[in-house]
Design a protein around this ligand. Structure first.
Ligand code: TTP
Ligand code: MG
Length: 360
């Protein structure tokens, strides 16, 4: 068993809602719902802890949330503010370890195995990170501490909000035995349903099945379940997971002379890049166009969107906008390129509803 590692999982409490409560004091101590307006087809991105007793949760239609808690204050998301808070949190992580892996704007794994800070105590390091986050951003984080990613993530959820929870190597295997399978990270609704149908309710039930049987039922995920049901997870914390940018470009045999041709090519390059982004399950907020004129002069034009480029059907008009301030159509062009950056791992549930969030 890899009992030697020290992994911390940090997850911000009611992230979007807490940013709103920080920035607008009139929202503090009140049920706040961040997301689509109650009379729209929008959905809830998240809600403050004051709204949680009303059974409101992420991805629920806003109209339903309104019925559950009519006195709640509905707030339109401000992605720039969340992004900025996220960057500040990451700066804090970097002060404690080089080895951290953001999973989304509000959560990350940190490997502090080799840290000499706080006498090498991962619990004290987690406490210090929470305090620093509070001090520097005014936001609250929960921390889970354990000897692998799977258990650290479960632990950060155990004591929310403002949580600090440790699962020691001695407790790990027993802890998983008692854990309901729906709580297993990586077990989605469909798999949980399949497990229920097979009578697998807890880690203990899962542990009774052989590797072969698990592989037969769950294919490639079989070995993962086999190991985590024993508290074993050797996945490393990977700080290179999110690429900084992704792009494609083409040099033309014959220069492009018209704006229409340029747009056509750019759209094609963008569609190609978007396809890669979607395949890699990423979101991209910044779109950059690169133009090299026939005299080799190179210019770039960028636009950062409040939502992911993958969530808009209006890429054509964004490209047109970006070309406005260029000499395209007047000077001939030998190379065009498109780059997508500000990449984030795609959020599993609501991104497809993200446009609805703006449905105000
Ligand atoms: P979560 O960490 O899942 O939720 P949370 O931080 O709001 O609350 P908790 O205290 O339970 O951790 O997600 C982080 C942010 O991501 C959340 O504030 C809003 C956004 N989000 C969505 O936009 N859609 C979703 O479906 C989920 C789950 C989150
Ligand atoms: Mg959170």
């Amino acid at each position: 068993m890899d009992s030697t590692r020290k992994i911390i999982h940090i997850d911000m409490d009611a992230f979007f809602a807490t940013v709103e409560q920080r920035d607008f004091p009139q929202y503090r101590n009140k049920p706040i719902i961040v997301g689509g307006a109650p009379d729209s087809r929008g959905v809830v991105a998240t809600c403050s802890y004051e709204a949680r007793p009303y059974s409101i949760h992420s991805a629920m239609p806003s109209s339903r949330a309104y019925r559950l808690c009519p006195q709640a204050i509905f707030v339109k998301p401000r992605f720039e503010a969340y992004h900025e808070a996220s960057m500040r949190i990451r700066e804090i992580f970097a002060e404690y370890t080089e080895l951290f892996e953001p999973l989304s704007l509000d959560e990350a794994y940190l490997d502090v195995s080799d840290s000499a800070l706080h006498q090498g105590s991962a619990t004290l390091i987690a406490k210090a990170i929470k305090a620093k986050i509070k001090q520097k951003t005014g936001l609250i984080a929960s921390a889970g501490i354990s000897y692998n990613k799977f258990l650290a993530k479960i632990a950060s959820d155990m004591d929310k909000p403002d949580g600090l929870y440790l699962i020691t190597p001695e407790q790990g295997a027993q802890f998983v035995e008692r854990l309901p399978v729906e709580k297993f990270h990586g077990v989605g609704k469909a798999t949980a349903g399949k497990m229920q149908a097979l009578g697998i309710k807890t880690g203990k039930d899962l542990k009774l099945l052989s590797l072969e049987v698990l592989q037969q039922y769950f294919g490639k995920s079989g070995p993962y379940y086999y190991h985590i049901s024993r508290g074993i997870d050797t996945r490393p914390v990977n700080n290179h997971r999110v690429r900084k940018s992704l792009g494609v470009e083409t040099t033309f045999q014959q220069d492009i002379t018209t704006k229409e041709d340029a747009l056509e090519h750019l759209q094609h390059l963008l569609d190609k890049t978007l396809k890669k982004i979607v395949e890699k399950k990423l979101d991209a907020h910044t779109l950059t166009v690169k133009i090299k004129y026939h005299d080799f002069i190179l210019i770039t034009r960028s636009r950062t969107l409040p939502h992911s480029v993958t969530d808009t059907s209006a890429t054509r008009s964004i490209l047109e906008d970006l070309l406005k301030d260029t000499a395209i159509g007047k000077r001939s062009v030998r190379l065009l390129g498109v780059t997508l950056s500000s990449l984030e791992n795609r959020h599993a549930i609501t991104r497809s509803h993200q446009m609805d969030l703006f449905d105000y």
